[in-house]
Each structure stands twice: as C-alpha cells, then as structure tokens.
Design a protein around this ligand. Structure first.
Ligand code: RB5
Length: 150
C-alpha cells in the first residue's frame, strides 16, 4: 500500500533509455513512477502504448501520464482519443507549465527525436511542478470536456 501519487509512463521504441530516465526523475521527485514499458527497442506501434497509458489515467489508477515517441505527436493523438484525457506535446518548459495551469492537462507527451534528455527532464519538472489555476480556465476546460459528449 502506498500513498504516493502514481504517474504512468510509456513510450514506443523511439527511446527506451530516455523513458527510463524520465521514470527515474519522476521517482526522484517523490512520485510513484509506473513504467509500463515497452522494455526493448524492438519496433512497436505507438497507439497501443498511448492508449494503455491514457486508460490508467482515465480510470483514476494514476493521477497523471507521461508519453514519449519519436515526435510525441502520434502517441499524443492516441491518448487524446480516450475519454477524459487532455494530453499536450511539449518541447519547452513554458508550454509544459501552461498545459497544467490553463488546460488542466493530465498527460504530457514529448518527442524523443525532437528534444534531448536534459530538456525532457526539465519539461517533466515543469509539468509536475505546476497546478491548474481553475477560474476562467475551468470554464474552458469544461467546454473541451463537453465536446466528448457531443
Ligand atoms: C516511429 O517510427 C514514429 O513514427 C513514432 O515514434 C512517432 O514519431 C509517431 O508519431
């Protein structure tokens, strides 16, 4: 039994080592890092990994999710098909902070072939260190959620 906030992390084959470094940073920050693989760099299909990660967030099993693929884009698109998921691709720390503060993003995606490991870890820090501001941003996020039911 743990009272640590659980953060689920997944990727495709683009960079297993970077994903493992991200999982290590998440654990260093005091969260429970739930790394759901894959474990090898054998070619795989990013939609299934994005979906698996997103379903663990949508179910409430994990509070937040982090994804990695070559560009961060395909795996983000798959995650955003799961009801309740708000996932953004970030290549800078400002966006990583803002998707939490303004968009209440519950998932972060990054491109392992776009950014280096140092920046990826800074982006993770920015994402996890930020909190949703609510207020007028809550109204807008509610409007996003309403589209899911339309
Ligand atoms: C895999 O080659 C690549 O297409 C994938 O990692 C990602 O960039 C897709 O969006």
């Amino acid at each position: 039994m743990t009272d640590k906030t659980r953060i689920v992390i997944s990727s495709d084959h683009a960079d297993i080592a970077m994903r493992q470094a991200i999982a290590a940073r998440v654990a260093e920050l005091g969260y429970e890092a739930v790394d759901i693989g894959p474990t090898t760099s054998e070619s795989t299909h990013y939609p299934k990994h994005g979906e698996a990660d997103a379903r663990m967030v949508a179910s409430g099993d994990c509070a937040l999710g982090i994804l990695l693929c070559g560009t961060g884009q395909g795996i983000m698109m798959a995650a955003n098909k799961v009801k309740g998921i708000r996932c953004g691709v970030c290549s800078d720390t400002f966006s990583a902070r803002m998707i939490r503060e303004h968009n209440n993003a519950n998932m972060l995606s990054m491109g392992a072939r776009v950014i280096g490991e140092g920046l990826a870890l800074d982006i993770v820090d920015a994402f996890l260190g930020a909190a949703f501001e609510g207020g007028r941003h809550g109204t807008r996020v509610d409007m996003i959620t309403a589209i899911e039911g339309a």
